[in-house]
Design a protein around this ligand. Structure first.
Ligand code: ADP
Ligand code: ASP
Ligand code: MG
Length: 434
């Protein structure tokens, strides 16, 4: 059996749904689990609803209604009036309505997950119903019955044994029954049956969870790009497609921010040696990228840019050396607050780390260690990673930037940079120059 994943970009409108169905026609009769994300930018729109509800701005219901109408408009293009799909989607939206009818929960992350999941519930209902309509037998599955997590809301940790057992008990018989199974990415549930999410853009990871637990022969993610490229085409020209990548290369790229694949996706696949294909939903005949274990290790320079980084300059208050027990405390605190350290460097009495800039977490970090350390935060930075670098690539990337921090380890180079602001050049009177 195989697992496919279609993301928001592939399902952004009625034509997108039709295109997904036409791709799936090619696989008619195969044993296929299809994982879908929310349509287009639905998750961002649901975040706006949640924020409005949390702050009680009075706009939550209005924003929610607009999102509902957007989905119903897509459905009117796909289904005849009175189709069962309308009732199913209506029921999915009611799930969110219940949360909005109550006062905002003190636990923001919990409330977030109970509402944001609606995007995937609705898109999966629409996709499954449409596939059935065009003659592709499909069973709809609630991913929350399969993907078991702890109760870390917004970043649920998968409980693998339980998820594996659920998959065998629920999904395997569905597949044996013939046809496709359509389910949601991004979501899971706690042992008390509350919804959790796996982190933004987590649907690729969901597909990998299903692939791992069902021992899939392969997994394919269908994107708006021809495959994995050697840099993000939104940021760079003249990018090239990488035909084959090793798991190791893919995990390094995604860890440092190549957003084409969610970073947690590779491990569950590597652990079972399941190949991952990155394919284009615009050009399904294109060869795409194959990520697997057996590839020769020669690559062109690969560039990954992670924006919104901060440098934390941490120094001891009493001029004592930064010693092992300090490191242990600093890393323990970072882990507790879920601050992910991308790079680090130390001198005798200071320690500098590059981390994603999440201001509330960084403020808390500084406050919690204030008895021993002074923390200076430098914001508005980018982390550029170059794998298989050469001097020409480095020089090109440095243009127009101030490099604050740089490190090379074997075939990887990291730079923390600030873009040089375009300042108006003025003639300056230098004393004594006349
Ligand atoms: P999905 O529809 O599954 O959510 P995403 O939009 O998250 O898909 O991922 C596809 C996007 O990833 C592309 O449109 C591209 O801009 C971006 N991207 C970033 N880095 C790369 C890369 N190295 N190769 C290809 N695409 C990349
Ligand atoms: N819909 C979710 C998000 O936008 C999950 C995903 O698309 O992968 O973050
Ligand atoms: Mg995405």
């Amino acid at each position: 059996m195989r697992v496919f994943k279609f993301g928001g970009a592939s399902l952004k409108d009625a034509d997108g749904v039709k295109n997904v169905a036409s791709i799936l026609q090619r696989y008619k009769g195969e044993s296929l689990v299809v994982i879908v994300s929310a349509m287009g930018k639905t998750t961002n729109a649901l975040e706006d609803v949640i924020n409005a509800h949390a702050k009680q701005t009075g706009q939550a219901q209005e924003l929610y209604n607009a999102l509902k109408e957007k989905h119903y408009a897509i459905m009117r293009d796909l289904f005849d009036e009175g189709d069962d799909a309308f009732a199913q989607v209506h029921d999915a939206f009611v799930e969110g309505e219940w949360v909005l009818d109550e006062a905002p929960n003190d636990n923001y992350d919990y409330m977030y997950d109970q509402i944001v999941c609606i995007g995937e519930m609705v898109s999966s209902r629409i996709t499954a119903a449409y596939l059935n309509k065009v003659g592709l037998k499909t069973t709809w599955l609630d991913a929350r019955d399969v993907v078991a997590t702890d109760n870390t809301y917004r970043e649920g940790w998968v409980i693998w044994d339980k998820t594996r057992a659920n998959a065998a008990r629920i999904v395997t018989p569905m597949l044996a029954d013939g046809g496709f199974v359509v389910s949601q990415g991004f979501i899971g549930s706690t042992s008390e049956n509350f919804t959790t999410t796996l982190g933004r853009e987590g649907s690729d990871y969901s597909a990998a969870i299903f692939s791992h637990c069902l021992d899939a022969d392969s997994m394919s993610i269908w994107k708006d790009v021809p495959g994995v490229l050697n840099a993000d085409p939104r940021l760079f020209d003249n990018v090239i497609k990488l035909d084959r990548l090793s798991y190791k290369e893919a995990i390094e790229m995604t860890y440092y921010g190549a957003s084409v694949i969610h970073p947690k996706t590779i491990k569950p696949l590597q652990n079972k040696n399941i190949p991952l294909f990155v394919k284009s939903f615009i050009d399904p005949d294109g060869s795409g990228t194959e990520i697997s274990s057996d590839t020769e290790d020669t690559y062109p320079p690969i560039v990954v840019v992670e924006k919104n980084q901060a440098l934390l300059h941490i120094s001891t208050l009493d001029y004592s050396f930064v010693a092992e027990h300090h490191m242990s405390r600093l890393f323990g605190k970072a882990a507790d607050l879920r601050i992910f350290v991308n790079m680090m460097q130390n001198t005798a009495i200071s320690f500098t780390i590059c981390v994603p800039n999440v201001p509330e977490r960084l403020e808390r970090f500084a406050k919690d260690i204030a008895d021993e350390f002074k923390v200076k935060v430098e914001e508005g930075l980018e982390l550029i990673t170059i794998r298989h670098f050469n001097q020409e690539t480095i020089d090109n990337l440095k243009k127009g930037k101030v490099v604050l921090f740089e490190e090379r380890i074997r075939n990887t180079m990291h730079m923390v940079v600030r873009n040089v602001p375009a300042i108006e050049r003025k003639a300056v009177d230098i004393p004594g120059s006349k």
